[in-house]
Design a protein around this ligand. Sequence first.
Ligand SMILES: [Zn+2]
Ligand SMILES: [Zn+2]
Length: 255
Amino acid sequence: MKFLFNKLAFYGLLIGGVYACSVPEREDPFVGLAAARWDVGKSANFLLSDDRFTNLELEIVYMEGYKPTDYLMDSMVEFLQEITRKPGGIEIIEKEIPAEGKEYYSTQDIGDLEDRYRERYNEGNTVSVFFLVVDGSFMPDEEGFFTIGAAYRNTSMVLFGKRIFENSGGFGRPSRGTLETTTALHELGHLLGLVNVGSEMVTPHEDQGKEYHCDDDSCLMYWAVETDNVLQFTPQTIPELDENCRNDLRANGGR
Ligand SMILES: [Zn+2]
Ligand SMILES: [Zn+2]
């Protein structure tokens, strides 16, 4: 009897407590750390439209020796200005962190680095993207291609600086700026929901063999763009988004 009594009293207290705090101070689920732990593409509409966030900030955290080129930073801002609606502006925040000196980084390593170094999260009218540049490589995939970059959470992306240095410069190869910028814009495209990962397809154009990528091999969202296979088809210029990808972004709140 005593046990039952206590249990009932506990439930009563719990319900009273939940009611009391849920009415006056409801937490905003779209800001702070919790809103940066979703899957890739889940913040596409927040990044594209001005419905919830009118400002966008890009926190670029790079390991010593791997500072992105000005060309990359200018191109990212230009790209975002062209396709997103952010009347409050797009801002870049840069920070250098110590090099880890590792040959390879796992998904877990990348997540840990973000936990340690990310300082900016969605707040007020500003949606925030975390962009990490590391001094090593990601494991080659099952087909033997090395990944140059990756989007791994709703507002998180990484570039593997070492692979960019190894694959750029010299005759017949892209400049470092072109290669890293191409990769960065491709990963940003994933965060914006391309292809079929948060921004619904207006016309079906997802690659049959490579999910979340565009079937147009001249498009920025073609799968090979984020692997070292990119060197075989687009050596000197940055591919643009094709019409299908542009339409998906427009339909999800972009311009
Ligand atoms: Zn990709
Ligand atoms: Zn496309």
